[in-house]
Every structure is written in structure tokens, then in C-alpha cells.
Design a protein around this ligand. Structure first.
Ligand code: SF4
Length: 428
């Protein structure tokens, strides 16, 4: 049996949640989990394939592992493993390639591998059924804990490889997610971030996303529940009401837009129009005082002209959004947009991304400026460069200079000035 294991996570918050669970399964199997930079007999990389960069990051990280630790045996798991196994097998020291359906069994798979066995590839079709999680993913490094409640997607946006890499939409059994939430709270987490691919489609029997939030709210010791990202067409009004009611649901919604052009939205197979998205964002803004709304936007989708891009820019300028994540269109295997023309050249994609990133930074700054002088509750996470920093429920990063240990404490802070993308505050 091997003794030490380390982990590296690429990609999204859901991958982070799953890596935390994987770590616990290895610990239960008698492994010592060590820091990624320390020597380990087995190194697990939880891969991402949403963009070409995600793919090349796997190659880079495997090469880095070989340089740092030439004896280590590498396990590549997750999304890229699911759909690009042949490519991954050519990378150095790779002993296991395990797709999404079986990755949570990795500790057992590794234990059962004998010394002279050829590299193992385990990528069966992902089942559609409701799922449970083997153990709670206790993440000791972070104050906020991710709780996976859903996986996969049935929406098939034309640019997105996720329905292929993660399979069709499925939900976690309601009692199972509550049981993990209780363990996370017992381990000291005061904020839970609900994660999934298409969270708004959560359904176990008659339980939907608002039922999950209602149930979590009743658990003693849990101060905050945050929704990581949610598709615009899937947000129940009941959820918005709840965020506006001083509940422990964070006043923070991340709602992907992707484009401000109806024509591009249609080509992307998104399920809403620009007008519907705008109405919704404004409605949330009116219903939830102080709410922070952010979005994802994609530039360079095939056929995106300057006019379409200008529409996106104007829309993002006008809407009450506090920030946006800008993604460059990336051609993925299997997706429908591969066949669409004309492609946008990389230089234009780069320029458009830059313009939107600048706009996002300006909007973020304006949002922070609007909070100068207010008192907000901050959940402190870590000390860095002499400042304790943490987050408000409205996703404002706050830095406070103090001698005390504030880790995992929820304290009122007066926000004094905006400093880059965070705010300097003083304890009240
Ligand atoms: S909603 Fe669209 S972009 Fe999001 S995971 Fe599903 S297919 Fe991909």
C-alpha cells in the first residue's frame, strides 16, 4: 500500500469540492495527505476541460510533477480524463486515468493496483441517477466549505463540453447532503457554498433548491449559505425573496449572461433573451437591498461582430452588476459551435477580453465605493501581509489591520476605503 498522496485541482469550484472529498477518502484508506510541493508516492490531479487552457494546464502540471518528484505515480481524474483519455495516457508517469463516474473510488482503485500493472483507464458512461457522496469533504485550509449538491447539465449550450464531460443533470439525495452539511458545521465551517453545474435544476423527489436552503438555514451553527453560480432561467422567485429577508442566504448571485446580443445568445443555445436577463437582474436589484450580482461573459463566439460586442459592452455598462468574469471562446471537442463560422481571430478576442476586463474592474470599484462608510459583517478567513481578510455576504473582500486572531470569526466592520479590488475596514 502507498503511504503519501498529494492533490492538485484545476478548474471550477465543483472540482475543489470534489478534491476535498477525495482527500478524505484517501485519509480513510490510511494515506497521509501532504502538500502538493512535498514528495508524495501518488499525486492526484483533478482535471478541467472547459477550455483549451484547462487541457494544457494538465500537461504543464504533470511535467512539473515529474521534475519535482520523478518517482511519483500520477492519477488524472475528472473532466479531461472522461473525454480525452488517450491524450492523457501519453503524459509522463501517468498510472491512472479515471473519469467522473468512478473518480470517488480512486483510493480503492489505487490500493488494488499491483506494481507491474499497465496504466489503468476507467472512464465508464456517467449514470443519470441521483447520487450520494462517500464522505464529507472537510477542507481544513478554507473557512468556507463547498457542498456539492448537483452535477451535470441537460442544457447543451452550443459552446459547452460539460454535458459530455460531466454527463446529464443529476442531483444529490437530500438527506445525504444534509448529513454532509452537519459534518461541515461540526468541523467548524460557518459558511457553506452550494456547488453544482446547474444548481437551479436541483431536484430530489419534491425537494428543490429553495428546500435545500430552507433546511440548511435551520441547522444550528451555520451562519451563511452562498449559491456559487446559477443559470438565469432557473432561479425561483422564492429564493430572491429569501435573500431580501435578512436570512442566512448571502445577498450574492452569480448569473451567467455570456452575450449581450440576442443573435449570439440564440446561436449559443442559451434559453433567454437580453431583455429577459436585464429585467431579471433589475428585479433582483430592487428586491434585495445591497445585493451583489456578478456574471460570466464570453467573447469571440463564432459570428460575434463588432456590433454584437458593442451590444454586450453597453448592456454590461448599464446593468447593476458588480463584476464579471470574462472568458474567451475556446473550441472544444464534440460541441455544436465547432461548426459555426466565421471564427473570430485571436487578436480580436484578446482585445475584446481586455476591454471587458477593464470595464469589470471599473464597475467593481464603483460598487466598492458605494459601500464606503457602511458597516458590514465579515467572515474572516486568513492573515496576509499584516491584514486579516475575509468576505461580506455581498462578496466584498475586506482587509483589517489588527493584532488579534480573527480566523473564522464573524465581526462587524466599518468599510473605510476601496483599495484595488478589496476594501480596508476597521473593526467596530
Ligand atoms: S448551462 Fe450551458 S454553459 Fe452551463 S454547464 Fe450547462 S451547457 Fe454548459
Amino acid at each position: 500500500m502507498k503511504n503519501s498522496v498529494s492533490f492538485y485541482t484545476l478548474g471550477c469550484r465543483l472540482n475543489q469540492a470534489e478534491t476535498a472529498t477525495l482527500q478524505t477518502t484517501f485519509e480513510r484508506n490510511g494515506y497521509r495527505v501532504v502538500d502538493f510541493k512535498a514528495p508524495a508516492e501518488v499525486v492526484v490531479v483533478n482535471t478541467c476541460t472547459v477550455t483549451e487552457n484547462g487541457d494544457s494546464d494538465t500537461r504543464k502540471i504533470v511535467n512539473r510533477i515529474r521534475r519535482m518528484n520523478p518517482e511519483a505515480q500520477v492519477a488524472l481524474v475528472g473532466c479531461q480524463a472522461q473525454i480525452q483519455r488517450e491524450k492523457l495516457l501519453t503524459l509522463p508517469n501517468v498510472r491512472w486515468v479515471v473519469g467522473n463516474a468512478r473518480k470517488m473510488d480512486l483510493a480503492n482503485i489505487v490500493n488494488e493496483t499491483s506494481g507491474d500493472q499497465a496504466p489503468q483507464v476507467i472512464t465508464p458512461v456517467i449514470p443519470r441517477s441521483t447520487f450520494t457522496s462517500p464522505v464529507a469533504g472537510i477542507d481544513r485550509d478554507h473557512t468556507r466549505a463547498n457542498l456539492k449538491i448537483q452535477d451535470g447539465c441537460d442544457f447543451f449550450c452550443s459552446f459547452c463540453v460539460i454535458p459530455f464531460a460531466r454527463g446529464r443533470a443529476r442531483s444529490r439525495l437530500f438527506p445525504d447532503l444534509l448529513s454532509e452539511a452537519k459534518q461541515l458545521i461540526a468541523a467548524g465551517h460557518r459558511e457553506i457554498v452550494l456547488t453544482g453545474i446547474n444548481l437551479g435544476t436541483y431536484r430530489d423527489g419534491n425537494k428543490t433548491l429553495p428546500d435545500v436552503i430552507d433546511a440548511l438555514e435551520k441547522l444550528p451553527g451555520l451562519e451563511r449559505v452562498r449559491i456559487s453560480s446559477i443559470e438565469p432561467t432557473t432561479i425561483p422567485t422564492r429564493l430572491i425573496r429569501r435573500a431580501g429577508e435578512n436570512s442566512n442566504l448571502c445577498r450574492h448571485f452569480h448569473i451567467p449572461l455570456q452575450s449581450g446580443s440576442d443573435k449570439i445568445l440564440q446561436a449559443m443555445n442559451r434559453r433567454y433573451s437580453v431583455a429577459e436577463f436585464s429585467d431579471f437582474i433589475r428585479q433582483v436589484n430592487d428586491a434585495v437591498p445591497g445585493v451583489c450580482q456578478g456574471t460570466d461573459v464570453m467573447v469571440g463566439f463564432p459570428g460575434e461582430t463588432d456590433v454584437h460586442f458593442d451590444q454586450t459592452y453597453s448592456l454590461l455598462s448599464e446593468l447593476p452588476l458588480a463584476y464579471f468574469h470574462v472568458f474567451s471562446y475556446s473550441e472544444r471537442p464534440w460541441v455544436k459551435s465547432r461548426k459555426l463560422e466565421p471564427k473570430v481571430v485571436p487578436e480580436i478576442i484578446e482585445r475584446r477580453s481586455h476591454i471587458l476586463r477593464e470595464l469589470s474592474a471599473r464597475k467593481r470599484y464603483q460598487y466598492l465605493q458605494a459601500h464606503v462608510g457602511t458597516v458590514e459583517t465579515v467572515l474572516f478567513e486568513q492573515q496576509k501581509n499584516g491584514y486579516w481578510n475575509g468576505l461580506t455576504d455581498t462578496y466584498i473582500r475586506v482587509k483589517v489591520k489588527t493584532e488579534g486572531n480573527l480566523k473564522n470569526r464573524l465581526l462587524p466592520v466599518r468599510l473605510v476605503e476601496a483599495d484595488n479590488q478589496a476594501m480596508i475596514g476597521t473593526l467596530q
